[in-house]
Design a protein around this ligand. Sequence first.
Ligand code: CP
Length: 327
Amino acid sequence: MRRKDVLDLDDFSAAELTEVLDTTVAMKEVLARPIRRVPPLRGKTIVNCFYEASTRTRVSFELAAKNLSADVINISASGSSVEKGETLVDTTRTLQALGADMVIIRHSASGAPYLVARELDASVINAGDGWHAHPTQGLLDLFTVREKLGSLEGRKIVIVGDVLHSRVARSDVWGFATMGAEVVLCGPPTLMPVGIETAAAEGLHRKNGNGAHKEHAAVRVQYDLDKAIEGADVVMALRIQKERMDAGMFPSLREYARLWGVNRERVARAKFGALVMHPGPMNEGIEIAPDVAYGVQSVIESQVTNGVAVRMALLYLLAGGQGGRVV
Ligand code: CP
């Protein structure tokens, strides 16, 4: 992998995404062994810098790094010199001076990992920045769909809910569209980014080595969930992010569940055998009904489990490992 950092999926080609997904298959084989530890990152130090709450991402990065024999340090804002007013750049420079080879950062400010990546020689991985991006969640979502359905090209992926505040949705759009899937974004108009319909109609602006260029990826916006869900291969519910929301974005949680909740009747409108996904943590009974979240079509637990293998693959490739090979 010829990159220092992983900040979003908007600069990943289909070939690069495929390399990560193929290497994840190899990592799953490692995780199925009686001893799940392999040596490629021996002698490397990885620092998990989580300035915002996390269970899945933080734990899976820690497990991934340990499974690859790296030394792992976990820091959070509380208990670090951030409490004394140290800046993000100074903190991460200090971590690099202490020997960090890779810094994994989650931050409430969109763009924070970009600032850190510009300042450090160490690799930086974005573990979620504000409303902006969550590339490793995007990768594990791609992997889970490819693993369960066998392919991504031409699949209809319906992402429903609080798109406005969702860094998962933003990274998923890039990932699925790059792999040739059709993405349908659905939710209340008040929880859609301003100008999304125009942007979807115009296509995605991708940055690569030659500067920005436009791609006409298949992204659509639909406000009626019952219509959007017809023929879907995947239905992904997003968490209502109450902590990032002003009052009055929708009438009530009950009304939200009635209009935008993923329930059994709605899933029945999707393709036979469609997958139900959620990045977690879930507000059960609001954006997703409990019987759907834990039903036969749900792959929500697989998403969590695959997070370890996907992050192992990414750490391995960033450290210079050969793609697609069993370690
Ligand atoms: N999906 C996700 O990012 O979960 P956590 O906040 O628990 O890491």
